[in-house]
Structure formats: C-alpha cells, structure tokens
Write a protein that binds this ligand. Structure first.
Ligand code: PEP
Length: 254
C-alpha cells in the first residue's frame, strides 16, 4: 500500500510574506487531507520561515535542488547536510527546468541522489520526455535512459527511500496535461524497470508521482491510475485551495 504524496514545487515564486501565508494556510488545513502525505518545496531562502510556519502540522518540507558535495568551495551551492540541518525531509532532483534550462545531466542527478540518500534525505527524482521525443515515438527510450543514468548505483535498500516523478516536459506549466492513459503507460513502465533492476516487492513499494499541469479538476482521474501515487505540482501549488483540493482528490482515489 503506497500512501499518495502530494508535493508542491513553488519554483522561484513567492516572497517572504506570501511564502509564510501560503505555508500557514496549508498547515492550518492539513488535517482536511486524510490518507495522503503533503510536501511543500519553497525557494531555499524561505525554507526556515516556511518550516516555522508549518510548525508541527503534518506537512513535510523539501528543497528544489542541492549540490552533491558535502561542503567546500562551491559558491552558491547548498549541500544535503545543510538541508538536513534545517530539518528538511525531501529534495527534488533533476526537475526538467534544471535539466533543460540549467544543463543538468543524468550523471549530475545521480551524484545528487546518492548524496541525498547518504545524508538521510528522500530524493524526488524527476524524469520526463520532451515533445519532440514523444512525437518521434522515443518516450520509453528517453525515460529508460534517464532512469538508468539518474539511479545508477542505488541499492535495493536505498531505492525504497526514493520517490520518482514522471513529468512530461511538454506538460509542465503549459496547461497541456498528459491523458491518464499516457501517464499510466509511463508509470507502469517505470515500475517494470524497478522490478527488472530490483524485484517486484521493492518495485511495488516505490512511489511514482505524476507532474505536469495537475489541477483540482484533473487530479482524481490522473491520481486514480493504478501506478500513479501522487502528484508533483507547480502552478496549482501556489494556491492553498487548489493544492489541498488536489490532495483531497488524490487521497480519495489513492
Ligand atoms: C512542476 O513544476 O513540476 C510542474 C509540474 O509544474 P505545473 O504543475 O505548473 O505544470
């Protein structure tokens, strides 16, 4: 039984006032959501104020990225140990904006995932094809390559602490959402890869989120797919009403 995870990726949005207000509202109403886990990932500069706004509510805290080295001369970067020091539980890795705007490779994502796991953070490892890949019939090949590259060297024990997120690049922030069938096809293939690399029991335990224009009105259908175990939400996570409505829908069908 996989508990749905509903994760908000705030990206480079909010300011100190709106971040605190959004976190407080989600924290205050977190009890409305039964049978799903909530996670918010604000910009790094607001992590402590969001942590304090959450208080002891059932809302996990994550970062949107980190660097794989533990410390040292890496100007502008932050490490897994620093995120743990602030009390975070999760870190998003390999988001398509980092892959395609900031040039992160599978190997970068892999180093970060290994460092996050070693520090005790749960990495949310993102994979997803671009529109040209899908149109060329290469979706499965691209996702398999990202899976192999990003998760290289991750042991059977470690993979059970990893969350995967399928985010078709053409659906992120575009309002174009994958059909439930398109999402399920890729999620089922990811689970098959987990089975092939580890075993079916482990594969069944790993949560695979869908991300790409998830909104309250499409959440139930997407999250109702057998291999979709939650959502990674960008735009709609900036409104507490929408975020919680997606979580409620996900919990009901999860
Ligand atoms: C995302 O940021 O991971 C995302 C899926 O964005 P959106 O929900 O806005 O498409």
């Amino acid at each position: 039984m996989r508990t749905p995870l509903i994760a908000g990726n705030w990206k480079m949005n909010t300011d100190s006032n709106s971040a605190a207000a959004l976190a407080s509202e989600i924290a205050k109403r977190a009890g409305e959501v039964q049978d799903a886990e909530l996670l918010v990932c604000p910009p790094n500069v607001y992590l402590t104020l969001v942590r304090d706004a959450i208080g002891d509510a059932s809302v996990a805290l994550g970062a949107q990225n980190m660097y794989h080295e533990a410390n040292g001369a890496f100007t502008g970067e932050i490490s897994a140990a620093m995120l743990c020091d602030l009390g975070l539980q999760y870190v998003i890795l390999g988001h398509s904006e980092r892959r395609h705007i900031l040039g992160e490779s599978d190997s970068d994502v892999n180093k970060k995932a290994l460092a996050a796991l070693a520090a005790g953070l749960v990495p949310v490892v993102c994979v997803g094809e671009q529109l040209a890949d899908r149109e060329a019939g290469k979706t499965a090949e691209v996702i398999r390559g990202q899976f192999d590259g990003s998760l290289a060297g991750i042991t059977a024990e470690q993979i059970q602490s990893v969350v995967l997120a399928y985010e078709p690049v053409w659906a992120i922030g575009t309002g174009k959402v994958a059909t439930p069938e398109q999402a399920e096809e890729v999620h089922a293939d990811l689970r098959k890869q987990l089975t092939e690399r580890y075993n079916s029991e482990i594969a069944e335990s790993v949560r695979i989120l869908y991300g790409g224009s998830v909104k309250p009105d499409n959440a139930a259908e997407l999250l109702g797919q057998p291999n979709v175990d939650g959502a990674l939400i960008g735009g709609a996570s900036l409104k507490a009403d929408d975020f919680l409505a997606i979580a409620t829908a996900g919990a009901a069908v999860g």
